[in-house]
Design a protein around this ligand. Structure first.
Ligand code: ATP
Ligand code: MG
Length: 470
């Protein structure tokens, strides 16, 4: 690799100049070097400074014309935001760990010390920005070879590396998923052995790594590794509970764990939305809790969409995922995930389509993507048939939406207008009239228009004994 040809070379030259001026050697290290060699672009660049990293960053900030420098004194690191890049500076260090914490005691160290504390050989590659060997790649642990073979391996004894900082187990699996690499056999054995140590890691950190796995091109790679290593049943047991197939009277149900992973991979081909991907992960989460065997129809999971939606908040809370509108969105997707399929079963009424549009609101396209991903039959004829039915429902949804505009439905008559017309104050009756108007529109009795809704309001008001004052 030739950094002289990289887009960032002007910036690197400036950093190299500063290192001469203040007599402080500096190297590019970690993710950027790795990604550059893999032809992946990266906007985060880590620098290793043989000296005071904070001071180096401050000086560089001045040189770059007042770029924003943040100093994290407790961690001995500094960050500069510059032209869309995140530049991270750290002074070379040596770390020692205790049993109970992933946060090491840190003392300053040599270039070699610093590379020995790095998690993987492919993350310990550096490029010198110093005068005598500017642009030279330094590879202490055969990282280049592992990069070309696609292997994740620790520079030191994996057992100690993972035990010291168990977050590295999640990182190993995350990189294996993002890069489609294999984890070295000894490394994976060490992860299995140390899996229970994940409990000393904060839930937020675990969630960060999990989300990166979920956002990868083929997320199932990561989940299978998490499962095999024993980590998944510790951090997310609700998910491993989906595993297994039961048989009764010769009838088997599908393995919902592998089905869910297939749905997630299918969806990942059509959507980058993290929360829609979470909806795929959770869409069948209540199947174990709702599983029954019925002598007439075999295995059933009645109500798993409803129960699943109810499980979403507790799962989000436990995993420290956001409890805001993103969670609400996932809940809604889980709750509604069977509805479009139900509509394909027979020629659905316009009214059923309108109700679905009304309930999904803005999110109908996402729901349809999830449902499409949910088709995982191995029978190609069946898959073709399902997809065709699904397309038909989509077309009809578009027609109904064009006519009735239910996606962002605003009632054509407001509560205000109802109160004004009948000269009443806020009361139960206002709600009843609003609902009657909504139902009339969804059932196709009237169009989504003010004058027709006004008529329904008068009729309903009369039924309720309200009068319109002269
Ligand atoms: P990405 O930015 O895609 O997450 P990265 O490799 O740049 O990948 P960062 O978290 O930005 O990862 O860390 C930068 C570098 O710091 C890594 O390449 C690695 O050398 C080192 N590093 C980060 N976290 C750890 C850790 N937990 N243990 C050891 N070294 C680590
Ligand atoms: Mg990085």
């Amino acid at each position: 690799m030739d950094i002289l040809k990289s887009k960032e070379n002007t910036l690197f030259k400036k950093i190299g100049m500063l290192s001469i001026e203040i007599n402080c050697p500096v190297y590019i290290v970690g993710g950027w070097v790795r990604d550059q060699l893999l032809n992946r672009t990266s906007k985060d660049i880590d620098f290793l400074v043989l000296g005071d990293g904070l001071k180096f960053a401050e000086e560089l900030g001045k040189k770059l014309g007042g770029a924003k420098v943040s100093l994290f004194k407790t961690f001995g690191t500094a960050n500069i935001k510059y032209k869309g890049y995140e530049l991270e500076f750290v002074g070379a260090r040596k770390e020692s760990y205790t049993e109970s914490s992933r946060n090491p005691t840190v003392q300053s160290g040599s270039f070699e010390d610093d590379l020995h504390r790095r998690d993987f050989t492919i993350n310990a590659l550096t490029i010198s920005l110093n005068q005598n060997d500017y642009g030279q790649l330094i590879d202490l642990f055969n990282g280049l070879e592992d990069l070309s073979k696609g292997i994740i391996k620790t520079p030191l004894d994996p057992d100690i590396t993972y035990s010291d900082d168990p977050l590295r187990m999640m990182r190993a699996i995350r990189f294996a998923t993002q890069l489609n690499f294999k984890i070295d056999k000894h490394s994976f054995e060490a992860i299995k052995k140390n899996s229970a140590r994940i409990n000393i890691i904060s839930k937020e950190r675990i969630a960060d790594e999990l989300n990166k796995i979920i956002l990868s091109k083929i997320p199932s790679i990561g989940f299978k590794l998490l499962d095999e290593s024993g980590l998944l049943s510790i951090i997310f047991p609700e998910f491993t509970n989906l595993k297994g197939v039961e048989e009764k009277n010769g009838l088997r149900h599908k393995d919902n764990f592998y089905h869910t992973l297939q749905v997630l991979d299918n969806l990942a081909q059509n959507s980058d939305d993290l929360w829609l991907r979470w909806s795929a992960i959770l869409h069948d989460i209540a199947k174990p809790a709702t599983k029954r065997f019925d002598n007439k129809v075999g295995w059933t999971f009645h109500g798993h969409e409803d129960k699943g939606a109810k499980m979403v908040p507790q799962i989000f809370k436990k995993l420290k995922l956001p409890l805001d509108h993103k969670m609400k969105f996932v809940q809604k997707m889980v709750f509604l995930h069977l509805r479009p399929i139900a509509l394909t079963k027979e020629e659905a009424s316009d009214s059923a389509l309108r109700r679905l549009l009304f309930e999904t609101g803005e999110d109908i396209d996402e729901l349809m993507l999830l449902c499409k991903a949910d088709i995982t039959s191995k029978n190609e004829v069946k898959v073709k048939k399902y997809l065709k039915n699904y397309e038909r429902v989509r077309e009809r949804l578009i027609e109904v939406e064009a006519k009735d505009h239910l996606r962002n439905w605003q009632p054509p008559i407001s509560g205000e207008e109802i109160m004004r017309t009948f000269q009443i104050s806020p009361s139960k009756e206002v709600g009843i009239i609003k609902n009657a108007i909504k139902d009339a529109i969804l059932d196709g009795e009237i169009e989504n228009k003010h004058d027709e809704a006004f008529r329904i309001m008068l009729n309903k008001g009369k039924e309720l004994g309200l009068i319109v004052p002269k």
